[in-house]
Design a protein around this ligand. Sequence first.
Ligand code: HDD
Length: 753
Amino acid sequence: KAVKATVESAAARAAELLAEREAPPVPGSPGSGTPSLAEPTKPRGPLPPKPDQAGPDRRTATGAPTDAPAEAVSGQGPFLTTSQGARLRDSDHSLKAGERGPTLLQDHHLREKITHFDHERIPERVVHARGAGAHGTFIGYGNARSVTKAGFLAKGVETPVFVRFSTVLGSRGSADTVRDTRGFATKFYTDQGTFDLVGNNIPVFFIQDGIKFPDVIHAGKPHPDREIPQAQSAHDTFWDFVSLHTEAQHHTLWNMSDRGIPRSYRTMEGFGVHTFRCVNSDGETSLVKFHWKPVLGVHSLTWEEAQLLAGTDPDFHRRDLYDAIEAGAFPQWELGVQVLPDTPDELFAGIDLLDPTKLVPEELAPVQAIGLLTLTHNPTNFFAETEQVAYHVGNLVPGIDVTNDPLLQARLFSYIDTQLTRLGGPNFHQIPINRPHAPVNDMLRDGFHQDAVHGGVAPYKPNSLDGGCPFFAGGAKDGAFVDIPAHVADAVKIRANPASYDDHYSQARQFWLSMTPVEKEHIVAAYTFELAKCFEQSVKERQLLALANIDSDLCAQVAAGLGLPAPKPSEPLVDLDPSPALSQLGDVWPTDGRMIGIIVDPDGDLSGLDAVRAAVSAAGMVPLVVAPYGGKLPDGTTIQRTFAATRSVEYDAVLVAGSPAPGADALVVRDSKAGEEGAPLLDPRVALLLQECFRHAKAIGAWGAGIDALEVAGVAADAPGVLGGDDPEAVFAGVHTALGAHRVWERFGTVLS
Ligand code: HDD
């Protein structure tokens, strides 16, 4: 029901957006169809504000609401002004002493414009600098009541959210598709205050104690001398650290698996990583691990695709998220919980729940869905929203509390501290994207960038001068956040971990043993690639020893790739039961929002093209017509991609439409040297595209003489996932079915289970 309601409200919103777009365009403005060299002079209406951000604070300096129209306040009014609101008649020429004279210091507008520009950049995040965000809604299913009293999880409650996805290591302008962990941070603007779930797409972390965070990040970031490589773990300092600090091995194994190169943010799982302590309204507590399960399934790129994309479209994930939302293919995740008993030892099935390098296999504690997240709106302004959003693991609501996980404890300090520098002072919670939706009556005052005009004279407690206001909530009955009383042992002050934290390999081995053969192949290839990029022999040898402690097969294969001997394990191997839930393969998933390239020869037979495009759209996917030149096909169909400006990595599957007409030189060219009988040659860009799609195990379809194009490209028409036939719609139906499994690994004789 909740899904239906979301989809209906999403559809209504899409219709609204469409209606807005249909307003007649201003001549000369983009899309008006009347090109003009002159700047348009008639303003267009402003875009509607995002649901959780009704534009900038509209109060005047005295706190009174302003009479100015919304568009004037939000910078979309008709006249260009100074920052003080004075209308400008020129912003193209500085004020000079004569046409050829020097610029005058008195040109306040020049100085205001340049000064502001000079300070436009703020420091990027020290980690997770590269990211993309979106607005959406979370709807609770209401079944979490026995676990937590958190109001936003109650049945049918709709909570606005802002989600930011990110890579960890790269700087703000780095490529999206690098091999790395991905951040998955969600801000729930609940009625009881803001709740931030600041997670990753990998359920375990590199380190067990937050005090090691600067170490692992310094090791992963570029080398301090030459500042290379950017956004990569394939270098000496990273492998130096993780091979010495072996608690990182479990996380690095996930990084080397296909999880390190997601196909899309939409096809990533998310994890809260730590164990949280939840309390219900009867005061009963449980230990809880949070999961995000993507409705589209978990899918990855191939490593070759990821590398090609880093060059051809470094914004691939950002673009994919934006385009999917624009197209109405709203990304969705179910929030799930693993609920574990709150026992004094904080262990479950022998797993230490305070150790963030360990997970709880789903086979031992199922993930129970408790709500649905749908992303429905792109940011209006990247800087204002995605760049300035500030998450904090300490932003909690009644019903959810932290545990003593030493990684989480350090995070509780770090997040507010980092914003002081990044966002320039202590008032970043007043930036629109960070403003809670619950009423705020704090006694925090002044400071850089104070945006509020606080009334009253007594920002202290107790007070009588402001009538004692604001009052304390009388405990849980008034919805107060009450720290869950948790037992703290009668302990000795100590810098040490519990003995259970010494097990660095058993779950890494379990992950490896849970992989299908094709996933194992990818892991071996990833380690071989990364270690081959290391220079120091000792680093490679030490990492091979760590691999030997995970699995001797894994170690032997990587060692063979590096041309080094495989060492013997230095610790006994522990065999835990494999957890099939850790594998990404084996299921069939919805294909909404996937990209289908349709290669056409404009001079060829275009029959069937319309029907296939309609079928692709009807299946919720995006048909992209690819041709040798831009513009329109002879039958009026719009061409979206040209051979010169596309690459196979844009598409989840490709179709080769119709036949090249005899003598046409678009898709097929004749080899002049071969004479009249010469074999047909395909445009090399099309040949490459088809070969790459084949190599990347993508579904390929062709009809009519399109099948000949496959043959010329060397793509075996009878290989699994290569579908040929006379009926274009039947060909597409076959491709669609194959795409449900994401890739056709059987093509290479790979065993899937
Ligand atoms: Fe962190 C950002 C996730 C451990 C210190 N972290 C940051 C972001 C995510 C995570 C998703 C980006 C938020 C955004 O999009 O703005 N971090 C994690 C996870 C961790 C983790 C899942 C382990 C389970 N982090 C961690 C530790 C520390 C930090 C142990 C420090 C002791 N993280 C930070 C930070 C950042 C940050 C330096 C940089 C920018 C920011 O906070 O806002 O404070």
